[in-house]
Design a binder for this molecule. Structure first.
Ligand code: SF4
Length: 476
């Protein structure tokens, strides 16, 4: 009987079985940011403990970062306090901190991969739910709470319960205008937001094999929105090509033989053909349309050419009614044509270079609709620099978008970028929960970067597949 990647990586990191049935798991890489780490460092300080493996610990500033060129100290006292605490903690424990002075600052789930810190076969922990992103490389990557951040800082291990593995096999071709974001929204829409509880999601099939690393990261990023703490893709030639030459990847110092040895080992970690999965789900990529969420969780989505469900019936009737009421939508209405106030392109889901390229392709030569506030927030300083080299910033600015500095921005609104009142935001982020974007009554429609770009220009939800053919879009 073969093994899944999950079993192979788990077994290699298991330190011992604990009396309560959990496994003490070694953590290969600990990523730290300013929001979930201050109390964890304080707990160490109170006990006089040191960080167990500072060489496996890396920090960045992302959630609270203003995305305008605001000098220090930040006007927001909370943001300044968190930033100063992380700087002090990193200094004290000799942890590398990627702040803005390094040129490598950005969202923790964007910079880990682009620096080559994220590698196949690792266990990766971070005090943020969307750590599942790193699973795109064939790592077991999961979000942890503040008390677990403390445990990892102190011991480089965690007490974890093993998970079952659900293989999500995607076959067929995504149509032009349909992206990894649409795929994951379609998967969550079909399986639900709780179905992944207790599971790791293994994404496989010829569709997934054709996805770029950026797209695989988008896919794995939102595993947690389907209830799965871990999502991963088996490492292959795409993974290896991405990592070659990255700053912290093996062989970055010119040791090509070392990189080849690592690559061979990475490939051996892929799930065996005769592995046994606890569940297998098939998804037909050909059937997926550009997706738009209409509700208050990421499972409440519909193809852009579809209609919202009818309230009051079925097992989910109550959830539908609550969502429709909050969103101010009518039962059974079409999602296309929904007027928007804000367009946000960014986040750890869709703030990478390929996302910005797709959005720029849509907005080039167009103008943002007069009532729409539109912003692009690159996921990292490296993404921003690469986009600027290609002139994408000029394309966005000419179209009427704000071009901002790297950070989490309006994904979570822990900085000044936020919705006001009942504004509706077309957003490339990952959560449409009530209040997520800073206003308790603000409304979020999740979609792909190309769809957000098209909505920004049209001033309403439109089908990006019809881009250029739609007279209303061109009229703007
Ligand atoms: S972009 Fe959003 S989901 Fe990603 S790390 Fe930042 S706040 Fe969390």
């Amino acid at each position: 009987m073969g093994q899944t990647l999950f079993q192979k990586v788990w077994d290699r990191h298991a330190v011992r079985l604990l009396p309560n049935g959990q496994t003490q798991l070694y953590v290969g890489l600990h990523l730290v940011h300013e929001v979930t780490s201050p109390q964890a460092f304080d707990a160490l300080r109170a006990r006089g403990w040191r960080v167990r493996a500072p060489e496996r610990t890396f920090a960045t500033l992302d959630h609270i970062m203003p995305t305008t060129a605001e000098p220090r100290p930040f006007k927001d006292l909370m943001a300044e306090t968190m930033a100063a605490a992380l700087e002090r903690n990193c200094r004290e424990h000799k942890i590398p901190l990627f702040d803005r002075s390094t040129g490598a600052q950005g969202i923790v789930h964007v910079i880990g991969p682009e620096l080559g810190l994220t590698q196949p076969g690792m266990t990766i922990a971070c005090g943020d739910s969307h750590t599942s992103t790193h699973g795109a490389f064939g790592a077991l990557a999961f979000g942890i709470g503040t008390s677990q951040v403390r445990d990892v800082l102190a011991s480089q291990t965690l007490a974890m319960s093993p998970m079952k593995v659900r293989r999500i096999e995607v076959t067929g071709r995504l149509a032009p205008g349909v992206y990894a974001k649409d795929l994951i929204l379609a998967i969550i829409g079909r399986l639900g937001v709780q179905a992944g509880t207790g599971f790791a999601y293994e994404y496989a099939g010829d569709t997934v094999a054709r996805l770029s690393m950026d797209e695989r990261m988008t896919l794995c990023n939102m595993s947690i929105e389907g209830g799965a703490r871990i999502g991963y893709v088996n490492p292959d030639v795409t993974t290896i090509d991405y990592l070659r030459g990255r700053r912290f990847a093996p062989g970055a110092n010119g040791d090509t033989a070392g990189f080849e040895r690592a690559s061979e080992w990475w490939r051996s970690l892929a799930s065996d053909a005769n592995a046994r999965w606890d569940d297998v789900v098939h998804i037909d990529a050909d059937a997926i349309a550009p997706m738009v969420t209409w509700g208050i969780n990421p499972g409440q989505s519909v193809g852009v050419d579809g209609r919202l469900p009818r309230s009051g019936g079925g097992a989910d009737g109550e959830g539908v009614s609550e969502a429709l009421e909050f969103m101010g939508f009518d039962s059974g209405q079409a999602i296309a044509g929904t007027r928007i106030d804000v367009a946000f392109i960014g986040s750890c889901t869709n703030g990478r270079l390929s996302d910005l390229r797709e959005a720029a392709r849509v907005v080039a030569g167009q103008r943002v609709a007069p009532q729409v506030r539109a912003l692009v927030v690159p996921g990292s300083q490296a993404v921003a620099a690469a986009a600027q080299r290609e002139g994408l910033d000029d394309i966005f600015r000419s179209a009427g978008f704000d071009w901002r500095e790297a950070g989490c921005s309006m994904c979570l609104a822990m900085n000044p970028d936020r919705l006001n009142g009942r504004e509706i935001c077309a957003s490339t982020s990952n959560r449409n929960f009530k209040g997520r974007q800073g206003s308790p009554t603000g409304r979020t429609l999740l979609m792909s970067p190309a769809m957000v770009a098209a909505a920004a220009i049209a001033g309403e939800v439109v089908d990006v597949r019809a881009w250029g053919k739609d007279a209303r879009v061109l009229a703007n």
